[in-house]
Design a protein around this ligand. Structure first.
Ligand code: G6P
Length: 372
């Protein structure tokens, strides 16, 4: 009903606006008086968590992109090899999983059959499974060894938004917790990141407060036939998510590519007027690939692409090559997906609305897919 939508035209817009809260609530109550992370729900023996020699993240759809972000963060902070796999592929290829493997199953609903079957398979091989889930008492957390609940609140729109940001947040908490437990060389960085993570809900709010130009862009591009998305490092899964949202909601052929792969194939697609979103990494930080991504923007622009660039405040390097710039607040590189995803969600939602489509219930899709 209209009342349930709280004045928004649909649940998706409402849920997009609820994202600062979803992230804040997922972070709530996770530290003790000494500023140490505590994950009360994570009832796996600490000795077991210390002995883990491999992490495998399994999920479907949008949740799998949260998993891809987790891989970058967990490997960097914890130095534990981490793989991400689509749940539907995982169990049918005889994966190497054993007592020293920690499997992280990410699912908003907790009922996705592909993910559930992967969880069962992992546990049969002796792996410990931690679920990251938004739905209390659902099947996947019940069948897992432990759970970290995301506190996004009920998500009604079929295409995931606030649950995605909450999943990424929970993945950061898990990564930082494992780093803390395993006493790794980035201890100061971990403490600092916890502090900066707490500032992210306000930064998401800033993005939402300035979102009107992105909405206008969505309306203006309602007749687009193809849209490409480029990203690198954690911006790559963000690009994939931006493309998925556009497919799901607006039925537009959209693809996400790793920016560094452009020269190995996708650059052949670039032609006059083709819209390309580019998620630009922070220019700061170790081993930044910022300069390389700026070169990519230059390359595609020279070939006629219409460049729509998502870049942090103060990043002036992108200005000469961007047809449109969408600004996001400065965050540490690994936390950036929590802000850079938001304009892509709003763009897809607004564009689909301009096409007169039902964004809450896109054709052929279900909120939770309980068949394999
Ligand atoms: C369905 C939905 C997607 C969702 C995926 C995984 O395909 O349409 O939006 O990302 O399932 O759902 P889950 O509940 O496991 O996160």
């Amino acid at each position: 009903s209209a009342a349930e939508k709280g004045g928004y035209p649909n649940f998706m817009m409402k849920e997009i606006e609820e994202q600062p809260r979803a992230v804040a609530d997922t972070l709530l109550g996770r530290t003790d008086a000494n500023g140490h992370l505590v994950l009360d729900e994570l009832r796996i023996d600490e000795a077991v968590l210390r002995s883990v020699d491999k992490i495998v993240v399994i999920a479907c759809g949008t949740a799998s992109y949260a998993g891809q972000v987790a891989k970058y963060a967990i490997e960097h902070w914890c130095r534990v090899p981490t793989e991400v796999e689509l749940a539907s592929e995982f169990r049918y290829r005889d994966p190497v999983v054993n007592e020293k493997t920690l499997v992280v199953a990410i699912s908003q609903s907790g009922e996705t059959m592909d993910t559930l079957m992967a969880v069962r398979h992992a546990r049969e091989q002796g792996a410990k499974v931690v679920a990251i889930c938004n739905t209390h008492g659902s099947t996947i957390p019940r069948e897992s060894d432990a759970v970290i609940y995301t506190h996004a609140g009920p998500e009604i729109a079929v295409a995931s938004t606030k649950a995605f940001l909450a999943q990424i947040t929970a993945c950061y908490l898990l990564g930082l917790y494992l780093a803390q437990l395993r006493g790794n060389k980035y201890e100061d960085e971990v403490r600092e990141l916890l502090r900066l993570l707490a500032e992210v809900p306000d930064q998401i709010q800033q993005v939402l407060d300035g979102i009107e130009p992105v909405r206008a862009l969505g309306r203006e591009m309602a007749s687009a036939k193809v849209v490409l998305f480029l990203g690198r490092h954690v911006g790559f899964p963000v690009a994939l998510e931006g493309a998925l949202k556009l497919k799901e909601l607006a039925y537009i052929h959209a693809e996400g590519f790793a920016a560094g792969e452009l020269k190995h194939g996708p650059i052949a697609l670039i032609e006059e007027g083709l819209p390309v979103f580019v998620v630009v990494p922070s220019p700061r930080g170790r081993d930044s690939v910022h300069g390389k991504v700026v070169s990519n923007i230059q390359e595609i622009r020279a070939r006629g692409a219409r460049t729509i660039v998502i870049a942090e405040e103060g990043d002036d390097d992108v200005v000469p090559y961007a047809d449109t710039i969408i600004r996001v607040p400065r965050t540490p590189t690994l936390l950036a997906p929590l802000v850079t995803t938001v304009p892509l969600q709003v763009f897809a939602c607004e564009l689909a609305m301009a096409k007169g489509l039902d964004v809450d219930q896109p054709r052929n899709l279900a909120k939770s897919v309980t068949v394999e």
